[in-house]
Design a binder for this molecule. Sequence first.
Ligand code: COA
Ligand code: AMP
Length: 623
Amino acid sequence: MSQAYMESYAASRADANGFWLKAAEAIVWQVKPQAGWRDGEGWFADGVMNTCHNAVDRHVEAGRGDDIALIYESPVTDTRTTFTFAQLRDHVARTAGMIAAQGVGKGDRVIIYMPMIPQALFAMLACARIGAIHSVVFGGFAAPELAKRIDDATPQLLLTTSCGIEGGKVIPYKPLVDHALQLAQHKVSGVILLQRPQATAPMQDGRDIDWAGALAQAEPADCVPVKATDPLYILYTSGTTGMPKGVVRQNGGHAVVLAWSMANIYGIQPGEVFWAASDVGWVVGHSYIAYGPLIAGATTLLFEGKPVGTPDAGTFWRTIARNDVRIFFTAPTAIRAVRKEDPDGRFIADIGTGNLRAMFLAGERADPDTIHWAEEHLKLPVIDHWWQTELGWPALATCLGLGDTRRKAGSAGFPVPGFAFRIVDDGGEDVPAGETGKVVMTMPLAPGCYAGLWNNEAGYAKAFATFPGHYETGDAGHIDADGFVNIMGRTDDIINVAGHRLSTGQMEQIVASHPAIAECAVIGVDDALKGMIPMAFAVAKVGQWDNAALEREIVKMVRDELGPVAALKEVHVVGALPKTRSGKILRAALRKVAAGEKIAMPPTIESPAALEAIMALFDQAPA
Ligand code: COA
Ligand code: AMP
């Protein structure tokens, strides 16, 4: 354990307010906060600042206008472009002017439904600049999901593009946006659309505005001071119901912890290149593509491509070497995809990794096998770290920037300064060391963590209600004898599919809405590439059905309702679902059977025949 980590952690526990007020000095404030945490008010409640100013303008003002702020690498369009801080400031200020010209101001919401292109980043920063609240929606979600977010966030404006490019496929966005706007009750007053040459979109008179034209006429807008506790963004994430949770992130705490984490977790210095290969639609993209590196005065890399196929499994290493990336962050599933194509690590050996110092992984548990493979070939530390959309930044990690290098494959590391963990049973009592229980965190959480759920006070309160004085993470895990925290999976019906957080409960609602389906269960099944994939078991209503046709219809329904990212490709129409005598579906048994595990008949089962029939589908018989 490094001395710096130990001291930093101890200081954050002994005097959290002092610790974070000191960290807050890394940020430019219009009004410097005197308050750390205040119950009922949050972090830095008396501070006034602007996130965009901290990410962009202040570096120009400090004489770094000619330094590279953003590198856009797009193997799918064969493009590489760089933007200096001064260029970024100009693009963002004009984009902010374009948005403001539509009547959008402080506190108004703007939905951004865009792929991994610089304009997506400009749009986020532009909203921050004028105090508007952005809500970025991931491109892999279908129209009904976009509509739900439109109705919940009630945006004034929607920003989009004509298309996204997913590997080799051009995906038109406009039909999807038009459909979502039809489905939504809330009427958006304007849609600004960026035409991309790969697929241009028809415009609707009176509603749709051409991005290029509007931008050409826009006056640059200045940064508007906002309270530290004013929302910067709403990011929807899967909860346990069909309605996504709108995580609200405040400006001040977010900027402070991002600056702190860039230096102390990732060990990045101003001027260095940091690359998070995620998507702006996810929290990793918000924190460590759009905001974190820029706030820290580092260069951020925006990558429009996939780990494989764009053009090959060497694309990560090529991008790292070419751009002098010092720290790289991706999801374990991406490394598994690379490994599948390049099991002997030939691309790594041929291309090298330049000056890369470490690779961080998050989004799902990093299986030891993947870590070992990556460390063997990269010959660099591969660091698993843990966080959630709700938290906004890592709460478990190896703090490289504090000189810590301890790591153990399978563990997500140690509590980051500012966070304290307990592993408890259902009654809130600590479980014995080494035993798995519910992972909870003591209050108050460090700055940067969510300050509410948009339009859902009860949902927010729920996370703090079961274990008073604690935040319930929804994860299960244990702490080993050396203090490493191991996060093993969820305690609810959320699953992680290829690093994407999805709700099986939501998929069940969609499957159950099929007119021929009486009941169903959707479970997460271990998958060698994606970590987990969803699988549905559905019981048809009484009648004559073509089961194969039903299965195809259900797959299509989930894709149309939730989106291709749901990756539900396997549906089994069965005679009955295995249940306990009290009527609960035996999901754990289904998970094991689907994963090919041999199981004995559960003693609580009401209907052994139902489980036997499902076992037979997987060529199994009761053990
Ligand atoms: N817009 C539109 N469609 C999208 C999309 C987007 N932004 N992202 C994914 N999709 C589609 C894909 O095209 C695919 O469609 P298909 O069923 O027609 O093939 C489907 O959603 C599933 O996509 P995905 O889960 O990404 O699977 P994949 O097989 O295309 O790729 C990986 C597998 C592992 C390469 C890829 O999932 C990956 O890079 N994952 C890392 C994710 C990540 O970084 N997460 C952030 C956490 S840090
Ligand atoms: P998201 O909100 O999309 O970031 O997903 C958060 C969830 O992903 C967590 O609650 C965990 O279940 C899982 N997760 C993220 N990172 C890790 C990790 N390093 N190890 C284990 N699980 C992780």
